[in-house]
Design a binder for this molecule. Structure first.
Ligand SMILES: [Zn+2]
Length: 405
């Protein structure tokens, strides 16, 4: 049941402006307007700033485990994949049920403020789990693994998958040019040969993009996902992000799995900001970064009529962070796990500080209690029980730093 309620005395980041000391009203899981509800209002006391729930544009939830795998300095993703499958960590992960690993991935994302994730994997892998998870996993997409003769052959091939995307108005998602071998570097040419580069195309990694490739991606209005942590770990190099942004390509940020990427989206955006400064000796603006985890991915995945921004009629996926009356975008870009104050999915609280027990109870959300980095939190489902199951399955007191409970 979704009540009619509002949050008031809160700073609100909308696409065009930051509304200071404002209100937002929610009914039936959607944003009604920016007024106070006469049925139920929660006064936030001017101490918080509200963003849309974060969209993590690239993850492999079935790869949610730790520590990272591989030696780095790979020529392309393939020798890394051999290392992954030969590793003891991979064997250890596989002692768990797929659903438990999926739950780990969902909780990893949730505690960092993510309400929607794109899980890049064939549908038969994630479809059985998607509706059992505490956050939204995008299920409407077509895909390839990569666009090379030696890729993992996900989906039905470039032609069929791309056509499926266009016919159903869904994104066609693929890794691209994730390496330096001759075939990897032809990624964009291959997509052009298949007439599969357009606004429906979502391209992940692109570390091998030449200036010509970037021009083609921009000209054809394809979307780009930047995974700086994973790129640097595997290849000690990332995509030409400044050139990509300056060419006007719709660009988002994704974590990739913790097997190579940063621990969560908050770490990933900070890592990306640091990389940008190292590479270009200037700063990527906080406002730009916030777009790369909200409106930009909503557009890329063709769900911007529903999520990605705080606007009238959109689904009430909300992320409230500690702090207000400051540079609002910096509050999110600088946030760590302890700063995530309250998260709503479709108007229901699913994670937050334990001071918000009343909101969980009033809005009818079931929760359990956890401690994250020593702070008491309320959360939907039971991640403590999940960790017990994981530890029982692997036979020792496993610690997973992306879920520090
Ligand atoms: Zn990936």
């Amino acid at each position: 049941m979704n009540a009619d309620f509002s949050l008031s005395a809160i700073d609100i980041v909308t696409p065009g402006e930051v509304k200071a000391d404002a209100s937002i009203r929610i009914a039936e899981g959607k944003i009604t307007d920016f007024s106070r509800s006469n049925i139920k209002d929660f006064n936030m006391g001017g101490s918080y700033t509200l963003f849309p729930g974060i969209i993590n544009s690239h993850d492999h939830l079935f790869g949610t485990y730790f520590p990272k795998i591989g030696e780095g300095n790979y020529v392309c993703w393939l020798p890394w994949d051999y290392d992954l499958k030969a590793s003891e960590i991979y064997q250890e992960r596989n002692k768990n049920t797929p659903l438990d690993i999926y739950l780990l991935g969902a909780y990893k994302n949730l505690v960092s403020g993510v309400t929607t994730v794109h899980d890049h994997i064939p549908h038969q892998v994630n479809d059985p789990h998607a509706d059992k998870l505490p956050i939204r996993v995008l299920t409407k997409y077509s895909l390839s693994h990569e666009c090379s003769s030696y890729d993992l052959k996900w989906g039905d091939g470039i032609d069929v998958e791309y056509k499926r995307a266009v016919n159903n108005n869904i994104p066609y998602v693929t890794h691209i040019e994730e390496g330096w071998d001759t075939e990897s570097l032809r990624g964009i040419d291959i997509l052009l040969e298949h007439k599969a580069l357009s606004e429906y195309t979502v391209l992940i990694h692109g570390i091998g993009f030449s200036k010509k490739d970037i021009k083609q991606v921009a000209k054809n209005k394809a979307n780009f996902i930047w995974c700086p942590g994973s790129n640097m770990y595997m290849f000690d190099k990332t995509a030409k992000i400044k050139e990509i942004l300056e060419s006007g390509i719709n660009t988002s940020i994704g974590t990739d799995s913790p097997a190579t990427g940063e621990l969560n989206i908050l770490e990933e955006i900070r890592f990306g900001k640091k990389m940008y400064r190292q590479m270009y000796n200037e700063d990527l603006s906080d406002e730009q970064i916030v777009k790369m985890i909200t409106v930009n991915p909503a557009k890329a995945f063709r769900v911007n009529d529903r999520i990605g921004s705080l606007e009238k009629g959109k689904i009430a996926d909300l992320l409230m962070v500690h702090g207000s009356k400051k540079q609002a975008h910096a509050l999110l870009v600088d946030a760590t796990l302890k700063d995530i104050a309250l998260v709503f999915l479709e108007g229901k609280p699913i994670y937050g500080d334990d001071d918000f027990g009343e909101i969980f109870k009033e809005l009818g959300s079931e929760f359990s209690k956890i401690k994250i980095e020593g702070k008491d939190k309320l959360i939907t489902g039971d991640p403590n029980d999940l960790m017990k199951k994981i530890r029982k399955a692997v036979g020792f007191q496993k610690e997973l730093p992306f879920l520090p409970i």
